[in-house]
Ligand binder design. Structure first.
Ligand code: MEV
Length: 291
């Protein structure tokens, strides 16, 4: 084969980040943007990439398949790194899939999930597996650690705005470690917060299935993430302003403290109002349809 190509989408977490690491449910959806990898021949090993692969996912994925010789990889990303869009999972899956095809050893979805999770450990340390689930299987998913992956349908199409609160300085691994530390020093309090986040995922699934308004559940999840200590000042200020106007808002992904907190998921039952507000603010955003 001369060239092999793969495209895998990013993801957005509707609820449950961090709690999902401790076995509580999360809701996640794949998005239209993603990462494309093309594999072709060359003498030696070459990577041409517009993606900042700080965690070394490309190297790890290549080694897992024994594809380090006579191969050129080209990586084109529509996802910013480390902002909550599951870029490390999308990158891992796309490299593995394209390389598998190129080497004449195509990988099944279940195997691809396991290998992508292996790569994720470089970026996350102790990943729940929620990002690889959305990236590899796609669609809207109710997820629990240990590979409970349930696709479900919504009563109607829901539009969310995903707003950029700024790139986090900390990695996902750092943010997961912050929660782990608090879990060890304040197990009862943090345990209660995580458990309530888990309940929200459960309730949000029902609300989506029944076509109900989502603002209150999204806001409560957002406040609990603030209680966990994973949301920085800028994202908190943006959230407070939006909540005072009746919008639903939470960070989506691991968050961040010293810089931005990555992407924020925002919703309102009158989506035009949210759109007008975000445009007036001049905030950077993308629109995501779920269901
Ligand atoms: C990152 O997208 C979500 C976290 O819950 C980490 C994980 O589940 O592996 C913060």
């Amino acid at each position: 084969m001369l060239l092999a190509k793969s495209f895998f989408p990013g993801k957005v977490l509707l609820s449950g980040e961090h709690a999902v690491v401790y076995g509580f449910p999360a809701l996640v959806s794949s998005i239209d943007l993603g990462i494309r990898v093309t594999v072709g021949p060359c003498s030696g090993f070459e990577v041409e990439s517009d993606f900042n692969d700080e965690a070394g996912i490309i190297d790890k994925a290549t080694k897992l398949l024994g594809g380090e010789s006579n191969v050129k990889l080209r990586v084109e990303s529509e996802l910013p790194s480390g902002s909550g869009f599951g870029s490390s999972a999308a990158l891992g899956a796309a490299v593995l899939d394209a390389l598998g095809k190129y080497l004449g050893k195509p990988i099944s979805n279940d195997k691809l999930y396991d290998l992508t999770l292996e790569c994720e450990k470089l970026a996350h340390g102790n990943p729940s597996g929620v990002d690889p689930a959305a990236v590899v299987y796609g669609g809207l998913i109710y997820f629990r650690k240990g590979k409970v992956i349930e696709r479900f349908k919504t009563n109607k199409r829901n539009t969310f705005f995903v707003i950029n609160s700024g790139k986090p300085i900390e990695s996902t691994k750092d943010m997961v470690a912050i929660v782990d530390k608090r879990m060890k020093s304040e197990p009862e309090y943090i345990g209660r917060v995580l458990s309530e986040i888990g309940q929200i995922s459960f309730d949000l699934r029902k609300a989506l299935e029944n076509g109900e308004d989502l603002e209150d559940l999204i806001n409560r999840n957002g406040e609990l993430l603030e209680d966990l200590g994973v949301v920085g000042e800028r994202a908190m200020l943006m959230s407070r302003e939006m909540r005072s106007l009746g919008f639903g808002v939470k960070i989506t992904g691991a968050g961040g403290l010293r810089g931005g907190s990555g992407m924020m998921l925002c919703c309102h039952h009158e989506i035009g109002k949210l759109e007008a507000f975000v445009k007036e603010k001049g905030w950077e955003y993308i629109k995501v349809n779920v269901g």
